[in-house]
Design a binder for this molecule. Structure first.
Ligand code: ADP
Ligand code: NI
Length: 216
C-alpha cells in the first residue's frame, strides 16, 4: 500500500474510532493537530509520513476516559498499523510517539524524544491554547461539571500527575495550571511563534473575563 493510501485509511480509522468522543477530544481535535503538524513540519527536517501517522493516532484512546489505562491507545494503533502492513520501524516510532506525547506524562518525565514527536507535541499543545483552547477548556469543564470560575479557589501550580488528573477546580484555574504554561514548552521555532500569538489572545481574554465578572 502506498503512503498516501495508508494516511487516508488511517484518517478513516480514527474518525470511526472517535465517533462518540467528548467535544474537546474528538475527530476535529485530531484534524486540527494533523493540519498544524503539517504546517510545523514544513519548517523542520522530519519524516512527514511519521508525523502524519503520529498526529492522526495520538489520541485514539484517552486514559482519562478508560480508567487511567495508558496502554489501550498504543495497542489499538499497533494493531491497526500492523493490519495495513506498515513497515516495522515506522510502527515502532509511531507507537513511541503516542506513548510519550501527553502533558500528564510530561509531568513525570518523558522517556523518548524525536524530531517527529517534537512537531506533533507542539501541534497538540497549540490546540490547547488560543481561541480553540479556550473553547476546549470550557467544554471539558462542562463535561466534568465544573464551575467556570470561583475567585476563592486559587490555582495550584505544583500538581503531580494524580492531582492533575483528579483536579476539581474551576475551569479558569486550568489557564494558570496548564494553558498559560504551554508557550514555554514549545519544541520548535514555528511552534513558539504560533504559541506567542495564541498566548497573547488568552491573556486578553482573561483580562476581559475579570472585567465582566466585576460588572464592568
Ligand atoms: P491533550 O489531549 O492535549 O494531551 P488533555 O487530555 O490534558 O490534553 O486535555 C484535553 C483538553 O481538555 C485540553 O484542551 C485541555 O486544556 C482540556 N482540559 C484538560 N484538563 C482540564 C481541566 N481541568 N479544566 C479544563 N480543561 C481541561
Ligand atoms: Ni491531543
Amino acid at each position: 500500500m502506498d503512503r498516501e493510501k495508508i494516511i487516508s485509511k488511517t484518517e478513516e480509522f480514527v474518525k470511526k474510532t472517535l465517533i462518540d468522543a467528548e467535544g474537546g477530544h474528538d475527530w476535529w481535535h485530531i484534524y486540527r493537530v494533523w493540519q498544524l503538524s503539517k504546517t510545523i513540519a514544513r519548517e523542520e527536517s522530519v519524516d512527514l509520513f511519521i508525523v502524519e501517522l503520529g498526529a492522526l493516532l495520538h489520541d485514539i484512546s484517552d486514559a482519562k476516559f478508560n480508567g487511567g489505562d495508558e496502554t489501550i491507545g498504543p495497542a489499538k494503533a499497533f494493531g491497526f498499523l500492523k493490519s495495513l502492513e506498515v513497515e516495522e520501524s515506522v510502527i515502532e516510532h509511531v507507537i513511541r510517539i503516542i506513548e510519550n506525547i501527553s502533558f500528564r506524562k510530561g509531568l513525570d518525565g518523558q522517556e523518548f524524544s524525536s524530531p517527529e514527536l517534537n512537531v506533533i507535541q507542539d501541534a497538540d499543545r497549540l490546540d490547547a491554547i488560543g481561541a480553540i483552547g479556550i473553547g476546549r477548556a470550557f467544554s471539558y469543564g462542562g463535561f466534568k461539571n465544573r464551575e467556570i470560575y470561583d475567585p476563592d479557589i486559587k490555582p495550584n501550580l505544583n500538581m503531580n500527575k494524580d492531582e492533575y488528573k483528579n483536579a476539581k477546580a474551576p475551569t479558569i484555574n486550568h489557564f494558570y495550571e496548564k494553558l498559560l504554561l504551554l508557550k514555554d514548552l514549545m519544541n520548535t521555532d514555528t511552534g513558539r511563534r504560533i504559541a506567542a500569538k495564541r498566548h497573547a489572545f488568552m491573556l486578553e481574554y482573561l483580562d476581559e473575563f475579570y472585567r465582566e465578572w466585576e460588572g464592568l
